[in-house]
Design a binder for this molecule. Structure first.
Ligand code: ZN
Ligand code: ZN
Length: 375
């Protein structure tokens, strides 16, 4: 027997449909007869970036995952920006998101499980009462946030704040630039639709499209294109395995403006205690995933057992070198910080470290060459 769909959440259906129609139908029609100024575009870009960054740096990396600590002034800005992005209160958002991480891909527990398909994980989960009222209002997984005044204040006054930001900001800009309707459309509707769907992509596309360099135990993917649209959140495979890291794109060449923002705030003394995963842990999971992926690719070869054995030997050697290298690196850093050794002792340690570094790099190269051979 086919299961009946839960009833619609009319408020959400109306918000999503109206904003979408305003953005894609009414806005182009309006600007057929009205001047589209540079100010419309500039403010669209500013408010869009502002809202998305408040979600990524505030709702996500600060409140959901506690990857750093933020000054009250910054948290205040995030609270306003989050209401502007119209994605529910930080408390509610974080609670859903913590469940998502804890029960990722579990169709019964993950509120936006990607295994239920693109539409459901993108927007469908918000259109119907899939969660029972007890679950919907259960914030027991966010007791830390319930102790935060700004979070609770935003939760309590979420509706007036959301109205103030979504109507107040465009109207104010409209008065300044003499086009209230134009600003309501561009900074109100178009910005909101862009904010919504780029954020929603993280739940949908970032669990469908991309690579899995760190783990394939869940559906999360790394995707550079999505990272551009989502202010760095596209490195979702990394994020799901190392959720306490304030970075999502860990390499310098990966596009992660949320990470840059948090780092800049750190320099400005507005953010503190930025948490990072030890490099050794990251590299180990990368190597293991590569080993498992490559082993699957050689199954059709007649001598695959022998090749797999060679791979394991190389892998073990790599892990050993890795542990020694990072161990020595750590020792060197602590020593430098605390000046534990005499100068000559430190110099000897440094030479040993440099040699170790050479060996490790050599081993890494050997490993990569072997893996590439069967990729
Ligand atoms: Zn997350
Ligand atoms: Zn996810």
């Amino acid at each position: 027997m086919e299961q009946k769909s839960p009833p619609l959440i009319w408020l959400n259906v109306i918000i999503f449909t109206t904003s979408f129609l305003l953005a894609v139908v009414v806005t182009p029609l309006y600007f057929l007869h009205h001047d589209l100024q540079a100010a419309h575009w500039v403010w669209l870009l500013i408010t869009f970036s502002f809202c998305n960054l408040c979600i990524t740096a505030g709702y996500h990396r600060l409140w959901s995952h506690r990857t750093y600590q933020a000054h009250w002034s910054l948290r205040f800005i995030f609270a306003f920006g989050g209401a502007f992005a119209l994605q529910n209160s930080a408390l509610h958002w974080s609670s859903d998101h913590r469940v998502h991480h804890r029960h990722v891909d579990n169709n019964d527990k993950d509120p936006y499980s990607a295994k239920r398909g693109f539409w459901f994980s993108h927007i469908g989960w918000m259109l119907r009462h899939y969660q029972t009222p007890e679950i919907y209002h259960d914030y027991s997984n966010c007791r830390d946030l319930q102790k935060e005044k700004i979070v609770m204040w935003q939760h309590k006054y979420y509706v007036p704040l959301a109205l103030l930001m979504n109507l107040g900001v465009p109207i104010l800009l409209g008065i300044i630039y003499h086009d209230v309707i134009g600003m309501l459309l561009m900074v109100g509707a178009v910005r909101l639709v862009l904010n919504h769907h780029t954020t929603f992509f993280i739940n949908s596309l970032a669990h469908i499209w991309g690579s899995q360099p760190y783990t394939n135990k869940n559906t999360a993917r790394d995707n550079g294109i999505l990272a551009v649209l989502t202010f760095g959140e596209g490195y979702h495979n990394f994020h799901h395995i190392f959720e306490n890291d304030y970075r999502n794109g860990i390499y310098w060449w990966q596009y992660d403006p949320t990470k840059w923002l948090i780092k800049t705030c750190h320099w400005m003394k507005l953010a503190d205690k930025l948490r990072v995963t030890p490099a050794e842990k990251i590299e180990k999971s990368r190597a293991l995933q590569l080993l498992n992926d490559t082993k699957k690719k050689i199954l059709h070869l007649p001598d695959h057992t022998l090749i797999a054995e060679r791979m394991h030997t190389e892998y073990d050697a790599l892990i050993l070198q890795m542990s020694e290298y990072y161990g020595l690196k750590k020792q060197l850093i602590t020593d430098r910080k605390e000046r534990l050794m005499e100068q000559y002792e430190h110099a000897v340690l440094k030479v040993r470290f440099e040699q170790m570094q050479q060996h490790f790099k050599q081993q890494q190269l050997q490993w990569q060459l072997l893996m590439k051979q069967y990729a």
